[in-house]
Design a protein around this ligand. Structure first.
Ligand code: ZN
Length: 78
């Protein structure tokens, strides 16, 4: 089911630091946000791509991986 997203890992890198990304299958997003796109996933369990170096999670929203820095979710602990 998530195979296509995992395959993408080989070609993707963090848009900020160019590090390799890690696939996160389940992340519960519940941060207050004014962002319209991020509000769509608030209170939901999503998948995404994590950059450990930047502590950012790039969410997959409506099956589309979003690699925009202003939509990236800041992770509390790596
Ligand atoms: Zn990064």
């Amino acid at each position: 089911m998530n195979k296509k997203y995992i395959e993408l890992l080989e070609i993707l890198c963090c848009p900020q630091c160019k590090s390799d990304l890690e696939f996160v299958e389940k992340y519960y997003f519940n941060t207050e946000t004014e962002d319209e796109l991020l509000r769509m996933i608030k209170g939901k369990e999503i998948s995404g791509y994590k950059c450990s170096k930047c502590s950012l999670l790039f969410p997959i929203i409506d099956e589309i991986p979003v690699f925009l820095l202003d939509k990236a979710i800041k992770l509390q602990n790596g």
